[in-house]
Design a protein around this ligand. Structure first.
Ligand code: ADP
Length: 399
């Protein structure tokens, strides 16, 4: 059984074709510049060189068609016919309060996703477009929506509520939703599996540190709190996002810089974070290199990022009344030893002790245990795999 996993962005469409029996990726790729001129497809069949196909893609419908044609093509294909694709799993940003888990896509589900566009205006229109394009091109193939927010739907009311008038929460659904749920779910269950323990016995903090970064408290298998909020702007400082900031400072900055509200949000989303602090880059590889050359602001950006992670770990250990396992994942979590080292320093009081030599070992794409001997809390680096979770959940719902 083969599952096609799709992740539609405003001008892009990422895909993976996964054999669910072996959980192997057969082929993957991305359509870029959809709806813009010079659109192209980058396609890679596992074990072969990446190829690039330049083709006009005025909309996501042409992109889905091109992906399918490439997957069945004699030259680059991995399947003989489209019928070999048993189901499609769509990565969808926002479930609102409507879904608490993945669902089979029906007309009703599409309507609810359209209603929730207002909650994720940057990603949801493309997500919905991806579903509709797929329906047009492969109308008889079952499809599943896997939501980035769903894993966080178990948060208690006191964790997801903001302290605004209750009636505004009711009317406008302004609350913490959290994101990267698929990744937090995957790495927390991988941690339990690796430790040979039932997840229902464990208190785990998962740090998903990538261009977007978030932390989750997973208590006995359920998310009880997470750092991102109504949008992915809240929480940790990130590549280009500010994370937490006093809302009154925004008005002050708007007046000083003459920004309207959308310019202010652009500033907080795209010009802030470690890019804004360092003036160097949003990429942690560049920051580490700049720090080595003596760049003080790059070092400061790394300090601020790591310090904020530490604060969340303390907060969530308190929220769960304990901690058994700390997980690092995603681009920075899996690769940037300099960040992990800063986070792990001075955390003995919580039972967290990292082995700094193991921490420096290169990423081998596998789970790495970097707990120091005597450390009570297990410290693990776990490669995330959101596409695999989407494929698994799709399979579970359609089989
Ligand atoms: P996203 O999926 O949110 O776009 P990623 O999880 O790919 O982000 O993380 C990207 C970040 O990971 C970048 O800041 C990058 O510098 C950092 N990183 C550090 N080392 C590596 C590496 N060896 N490979 C990929 N990303 C790395």
């Amino acid at each position: 059984m083969k599952i096609l996993v799709l992740n539609a962005g405003s001008s892009s469409l990422k895909y993976q074709l996964i054999d669910i029996k072996t959980e192997k990726v057969l082929a993957k790729g991305v359509c870029e510049r959809i709806g813009i001129e010079d659109s192209l497809l980058k396609h890679k069949t596992t074990g072969q060189e990446e190829i690039v196909i330049n083709k006009d893609m005025p909309s996501h419908t042409e992109a889905v068609s091109l992906v399918l044609n490439t997957l069945v093509s004699e030259q680059y294909g991995v399947i003989k016919s489209m019928d070999e694709i048993s189901a499609v799993g769509h990565r969808i940003l926002h479930s609102g309060e409507d879904f608490k888990c993945s669902v089979v896509i029906t007309d009703e589900v599409i309507k609810i996703c359209e209603k929730n566009i207002k909650l994720g205006p940057l990603h949801m229109p493309a997500n919905v477009m991806g579903i509709k394009a797929c329906r047009k091109v492969m109308p008889n193939t079952p499809m599943v929506a896997v939501f980035d927010t769903a894993f966080h739907s178990t948060m208690p009311e006191y964790a997801y509520m903001y302290a605004i008038p209750y009636e505004d929460y009711e009317a406008y659904k302004v609350r913490r939703y959290g994101f990267h749920g698929t990744s937090h779910k995957y790495v927390s269950s991988e941690a339990a599996r690796y430790l040979g323990r039932d997840i229902k016995e464990l208190k785990i903090i998962t740090c998903h540190l990538g261009n977007g970064s978030s932390i989750a408290a997973v208590c006995r298998g359920k998310c009880i709190d997470t750092s991102m909020g109504f949008t992915p702007l809240e929480g940790l400082p990130m590549g280009t996002r500010s994370g937490n900031i006093d809302p009154a400072a925004i008005e002050y900055l708007m007046n000083k810089k003459g920004y309207n509200i959308s310019e202010a949000l652009d500033y907080l989303n795209k010009k802030s974070g470690v890019l804004g602090i360092s003036g160097v880059s949003s990429d942690f590889r560049d920051l580490v290199a700049a720090e080595k050359e003596g760049n003080k602001r790059a070092a400061l950006a790394l300090d601020i990022f790591s310090y904020n992670i530490k604060k969340y770990i303390g907060t969530y250990a308190a929220a769960m009344n304990g901690l058994d396992c700390l997980v690092f994942t995603a681009g920075i979590g899996e690769n940037t030893a300099e960040v992990r080292e800063r986070v792990l320093a001075g955390m003995e009081f919580l039972g967290i002790q990292g082995d700094m030599e193991k921490n420096r070992e290169k990423n081998n794409g596998k789970i790495r245990d970097i707990t120091a001997s005597g450390g009570r809390v297990k410290v693990l680096i776990i490669p995330t795999n959101e596409e695999l979770v989407i494929a698994r959940e799709t399979y579970e719902l359609v089989r």
